[in-house]
Design a binder for this molecule. Structure first.
Ligand code: ZN
Ligand code: ZN
Length: 165
């Protein structure tokens, strides 16, 4: 089978793009993943309405690998993503937060202890207690303060600190 199309080799397979190739494979049903460079059937791609061919550039397995890696590399952002989903689940309104506002927030010091390390966004009124995910309800807080404050209102948090625990 010397003429067999090598699906793992884009240079041979791509020449047949959009046509039926010489072994009768309809190449319009295949495309090259931009991440692993393998020629894979369109069913291996997630749909992406609005793109040229209606599918995403990277195959499903590359996308899920990338998502896994992103979760591992960005635990903080992943938590935010999850809390964003919780906001939706609670039926709250979601306000758009401009990237420049977030940048300013992350470049500030923790409002509770003044540290500028491991800055996270803290909801002044916790989402789970009716707060909105909006820039007006966000303050910079270091990871340690944020994780100790948890779901408390500021007043409760101050009391806890006064009691020293
Ligand atoms: Zn891939
Ligand atoms: Zn702090």
């Amino acid at each position: 089978m010397a003429n067999m199309l090598d699906f793992k080799n884009p240079s041979t397979a791509l020449t047949a793009w959009g046509t039926t190739n010489y072994i009768g494979v309809d190449m319009s049903q295949y495309k090259c993943c931009n991440t692993c460079n393998q020629i894979l059937p369109l069913s291996s791609y997630n749909k992406r309405p609005g793109s040229l061919d209606g599918f995403r550039y990277a195959c499903k397995s590359c996308e899920s690998n990338r998502a896994k890696k992103w979760k591992k590399d960005n635990p903080e952002k992943f938590r935010e993503y999850l809390s964003g989903r919780k906001v939706k689940a609670n039926g709250n309104v979601i306000f758009s937060i401009l990237p420049k506002d977030l940048k300013r927030l992350y470049n500030s010091c923790c409002v509770y202890c003044g540290s500028n390390e491991n800055i996270t966004q803290d909801h002044v009124i916790p989402i789970s207690r009716g707060g909105h995910h909006s820039i007006g309800n966000l303050v910079p807080a270091c990871l340690s303060c944020n994780s100790r404050k948890q779901k408390r209102f500021i007043t409760e948090w101050l009391l806890v600190q006064k009691r020293g625990n």
